[in-house]
Ligand binder design. Sequence first.
Ligand code: NDP
Length: 289
Amino acid sequence: MQLLDGVKVSEEILKEIQSEVAARVQNNKKVPHLAAILVGEDPASQTYVASKVKTCDFLGFKSTLSRLAPDTTEAELLALIETYNADSDIDGILVQLPLPKHISEDKVINTIHPEKDVDGFHPNSIGKMVLGQDTFIPATPNGIMMMLQHYGIDTVGKHCVVIGRSNIVGTPMSLLMSRNTNPGNCTVTLTHSKTKNLKELCLEADIIVAAIGRPKYVTADMVKEGAIIVDVGINRIEDATKKSGFRLVGDVDFDTVKEKASYITPVPGGVGKMTICALMQNTLKACKD
Ligand code: NDP
């Protein structure tokens, strides 16, 4: 079994981006500027946003973090996004999801200017991705593609089972893996909570991408010998031995599944690191000359 090490791979890619930014500075070119918006006080969201801002600092990007109160109205949030849309210094806009229930995520995503849509969630970006046109690809699936490419994993003709069909992970992942690219060129089965024979499908899979949000859901008896396992899940489970009182586990039962897998991503230190990397790449791409 080989570990797909998101820490190592993301460090390498981030260093490359850092060098590109340094070269831009030397050539008096604009430095990428990411505006992040966090509504409310969800602890996981706070951690994710903090880590994105920290990565911007490391790369030499500019960043602006707006922390908005949980009772911020939808109109107030949309107005802030419009301000950022109009600000020529800001290249990328990121609104941390999930949002409080009184705010429509669709409206928020649709308000971000497609040229600043570094999360790749805008209908323009998704539409272009489906058509194989150049665009911002959602960070988590794109990060996974970068990881597979980095390890030179040949996916052509393989059967890939994606578990979960969210707009931000499962659905774009299934599209990317089915495209005529490498990584890609898989025969893809997209599964969800209404799928009846998940275990049988998984047992036929050469590649499993688990994006469910259920701790350790994919167990060794669901996995074929030699399968490639990509674990997107980030779940907090209680752990009295930790100072925080919890620890993070994925959607895959890592300790047992690793005995059968040819490659596997750990949690933490796998897909999460690659997601930030892909977001930073999108922000660099958004920064026009
Ligand atoms: P969502 O809750 O939006 O989607 C979960 C999907 O899993 C749904 O499509 C749901 O089906 C499906 N599902 C739920 N239960 C089952 C089941 N028993 N069998 C098969 N499918 C099931 O989650 P996200 O896609 O946003 O996130 C998934 C996980 O990935 C979470 O743990 C999240 O924290 C993590 N994540 C990690 C990221 C990273 O950078 N590593 C980035 C984003 C998310 P249905 O549609 O029928 O409800």
